[in-house]
Write a protein that binds this ligand. Sequence first.
Ligand SMILES: [Zn+2]
Length: 356
Amino acid sequence: MPHRTELYQDVPSTCWPIVYSPDYNITFMGLEKLHPFDAGKWGKVIDFLKEEKLVVDDLIVQAREATEDDLLVVHTRRYLNKLKWSFVVATITEIPPVLFLPNFLVQRKVLKPLRTQTGGTIMAGKLAVDRGWAINVGGGFHHCSSDKGGGFCAYADITLAIKFLFERVQGVSKATIIDLDAHQGNGHERDFMDDSRVYIMDAYNRYIYPGDGFAKRAIKRKVELEWGTEDTEYLQKVQTHVEGALNELKPDIIVYNAGTDILDGDPLGGLAISPQGIVKRDEVVFKAARSRRIPILMVTSGGYQKRTARIIADSILNLHNLGLIDKELATSGVENPKVEQMLRNSVADLSKLSLQ
Ligand SMILES: [Zn+2]
C-alpha cells in the first residue's frame, strides 16, 4: 500500500500545470552570494512570466514540501539521516559556509527549498499525466540517487516523480527520461540501472563532472558532446536522438530535464549554445512529445547565470506562442480541434527543422 501523501491532491482545472512556490528560492543573509549560482532564478522565471501576462499567482500550482515519508519512497533512511549533519549538506550543495551553520538553519534555509522543489516535481508528474504537460519551475536534481547526493542535488526528485507515478497512477508503467542538462544525470541512472520500465536518453559534455562510468551503463541513448559544441550540431543531435528514443519505445510519461547550463559562457557546462538555441531545443522536445500525445514533465535543473531566468521564461513563452502548451488545451484534452491543428503544424515544422 502506498503511504498517504499530500502531493497528489486535485488541482482546479482553472490552474496552469505550472508548479512553483516562493519557498524554492535560497536566501540567507547573503550566504547565497558566495555560491556561483543565482539561487533566486526560480522566482525570477515566474516574475518574467507575470510581466508578460502569461500567468498570475492564483493560477499557478503551489508546490508543497515533500515529507520524510514521501522521500522514503526512494531514499534510504541512512541517507536522510546523513543530511542532519551540516558538513554533509555543505559537501552536497557545494556551499562551504553551510558547514558552519547549525543544522536547524541548514534544514530551514537550504534543505527546505530543495524539498519543496522536490515536492513540486512529484506534483508536476501527476499533473503532466492529467493535462498532457506540466512544468516544475525548479527541480531536476539529477546527480542525486537513493543513497547519495552531490553536485548541488540533495534529493532524487526525478526518480521520486517516476516511482510515485508507477505506484499510484493506473496506466503509467513506462517512463522515458530525456536529460539535456550539460552534465550526465548519474543520479536517476543509478536508481534505474536495472529497471526495464525506464528508458534514459542523456546528452552531456563528456569531459566534465560527474563522469560516472558505472551510471552510464543505464543510458539507452548516450550523446557525448565535445567542449564548445554549438547550436547547429547540438540541435541536430537532440532532434535525431529524441525522435529516435520515442520511436524506439513509446512511454506513458516523459521526464524532460531541461538544464540551461549548456548556455555559452556557463562556468561549469563547457558548451556554447545560444539563448535562441535553448529555446529551440525545448521546442524540439515538446513537439516530439506532444505530436505523439505522450505526457511531458519538464524540470529546469542546472544553469545559474544571471541571464538564465530570462531564457527559461522566453522558452516557456515560445512554447505557448506555438500552441505547444496551453491552459485551454491542457484542460480540454486532445479532442480539441486547436490541438489537432497544432499537432499537424508541428509535424510539418519538424520536417523543416531537419533540413536546416
Ligand atoms: Zn548541470
